[in-house]
Design a protein. Sequence first.
Length: 197
Amino acid sequence: MAVNRVPVLKRCRALGLEPQFLGYSKKSNRQLKNANRKVSEYGLQLREKQKAKFIYGVLEKPFRNYYEKADRMKGMTGENLMVLLESRLDSIVFRMGFARTRREARQIVDHKHILVNGKQVNIPSYLVKAGDVIEVREQSKSLQRYKDILEVTAGRLTPEWMDVDVEALKGTIKNLPTREMIDVPVNEMLIVELYSK
């Protein structure tokens, strides 16, 4: 499996992203060397795509597949793409506050700690639907790891499109989010322009 080993803060700096969107509380004080260089239209489109891929931890080929799926769906392609990325299981686990970062959420899913509607799912890219119940399995609920995670994520706001019971480490998806409910700083129209060339 391909893994991006570039330091997170370095990548955030390069993409002009705040580390908080990935769940990191650190801040970088360094400036980019070529921060005021003019960027071409293609460069802007590419940066938006790289930003979305980096935030959700998706590699190029799966990201392209999400785009093609979003294109076949009804409605705006860009908005559909963002909803598909947001409804990935690892992203849902992160949003519910059961993981500090998206990378940690991916690992938790990989290690078979998560149940969807009572069934164990260990595929981070599993697409969650409205009405699905996501919970941490019984054997894992007593682990110290989750107590530590809940301490860190206690102040994090839960999106309005899900109900979360933090004590029981359980949550329900009320409905899939609309683009307005997704607070990710990505201009999806530029991604659509890039792929539609």
